[in-house]
Design a binder for this molecule. Structure first.
Ligand code: GLA
Length: 399
């Protein structure tokens, strides 16, 4: 019988409407039996019913390929809890200027939970230097003001990289002297502009390949492999007080790469090239063994330099599944991995702990889903700006 758009069924002892709340509690067997009987007696009504049930259940399930926003309840902590207050070293996040400016939930987390910030893009070459004779300071200066007002350390990222080069650089047609002048001008103008405002610079980012050889970047092609040493010298000339870091990924999975990095640092020391820190990006997969993470941190610490875990995130979707809901199991595996990173980091000398920075702030703004072309949940805050189990993992690791 059909009544007000809903289908009512009467069975001995039971009355329910398909799609109504009550129906969701009915015994599946009962529904099956009832459908069988409709199928026998009225095939047309049976098809109609199936379509209706499918439509109702679709309403409650995620859209194709889109996982539900949150299926793991956020963790509850005291209202005045802050991540940076619970760890014994600076705790940072890489931030997008437009979100700091325009998204109150996002900036609320940054202000409350972190005491160090890195510009996600605003201080990269293409962000600061869009044309040969034009520097664009507005966004980065906004971040400087935000950091000063809110008492945050600002970490500079990055003076030289093989990516994020504006087209005027990739099309630059000078000889090696002109290239050298262009590199030096960029580094020294930027470092001078932020003198006294940033604590440190990632001077060169990702100079090495995973096998430990030097990446054949445009900079290396134009200026030779030793241009990296000159980058550090130019930065040091422009601000002798700012700390200078070499930043890279893969320390955890490539011993060849980390050996190349530690050899370069040793050679810098011998030659008197200024360098103060080493950045381990740590874009980790949850399957990365703890031993590899510990070995990477220990090898960086053995250089005697400051160690920055500079771009931490822990992704879960190794197979790049297009439908990938976050589960409580994943939440605790991810939390355990965050805990291990913090524990291993905490075991190095306090004087070498420059801090840990997550790359982005929440799962809603992480770069990982775009990069891997599949959903993921790599950060300690979920897409609804709530703390995840990973947050608790960080706090546990710091104890
Ligand atoms: C690298 C860079 C960062 C950022 C991330 C992800 O790790 O160092 O600046 O671009 O990739 O986007």
């Amino acid at each position: 019988m059909i009544a007000t758009g809903l289908i009512k069924f009467y069975l001995p002892g039971n009355t329910f409407q398909v799609g109504s709340k009550k129906s969701r509690f009915l015994d599946r067997m009962l529904l099956k039996r009832m459908l069988m009987s409709v199928m026998k007696n009225s095939p047309g009504l049976y098809i109609l019913l199936c379509l209706l049930i499918m439509a109702c259940s679709k309403k409650n399930s995620p859209a194709n390929g889109t996982p539900p926003a949150v299926i793991v309840p956020p963790i509850v902590v005291a209202a005045d809890t802050s991540l940076y207050k619970m760890v014994p070293f600076p705790m940072g996040a890489a931030v997008a200027i437009n979100l700091v400016k325009n998204n109150a939930k996002y900036s609320g987390i940054v202000t409350k939970e972190f005491n160090s910030i890195t510009a996600e893009n605003a201080m990269k070459f293409s962000g600061l230097h869009p044309a040969e004779n034009t520097f664009f300071w507005t966004d980065a200066d906004y971040l400087v003001a935000y950091a000063q007002t809110n008492n945050k350390r600002l970490h500079g990222h990055t003076l030289n990289w093989y990516q994020s080069m504006p087209t005027w650089v990739t099309n630059f047609s000078g000889d090696s002297t002109a290239w050298e002048k262009m590199l030096k001008t960029h580094i020294q103008t930027v470092v001078a502009h932020f003198k006294g405002k940033v604590a440190a610079w990632d001077v060169v980012n990702e100079y090495f390949n995973d096998n430990g050889t030097v990446r054949n970047s445009l900079w290396v092609q134009k200026l030779g492999e030793d241009y990296i040493a000159r980058c550090f010298q130019y930065a040091n000339q422009a601000d002798p007080d700012v700390l200078l870091f070499y930043n890279d990924y893969g320390h955890e999975y490539s011993t060849a790469k980390r050996t190349a990095i530690t050899n370069m640092i040793a050679s810098f020391k011998t030659r008197g090239i200024p360098i103060h820190g080493i950045g381990l990006q740590f874009h980790l997969s949850v399957g990365q063994p703890d031993a590899n993470i510990s070995a990477a941190i220990a090898s960086a610490a053995a250089t005697g330099l400051q160690v920055h875990i500079s771009e931490l995130d822990i992704r879960l979707n190794a197979n790049k599944a297009q439908t990938f809901p976050f589960t409580t199991t994943m939440a605790s595996q991810q939390a355990a991995k965050y805990e291990h990173v913090v524990k291993a980091y905490k075991s190095i000398l306090a004087a070498q702990q420059y801090g840990i920075t997550t790359w982005n702030v929440t799962d809603a703004d992480s770069w990982i889903p775009n990069w891997q072309g599949a959903p993921d949940y790599p950060l300690p805050f979920d897409a609804n700006y709530q703390r995840k189990e990973a947050y608790r993992g960080i706090v546990r690791g710091a104890k």
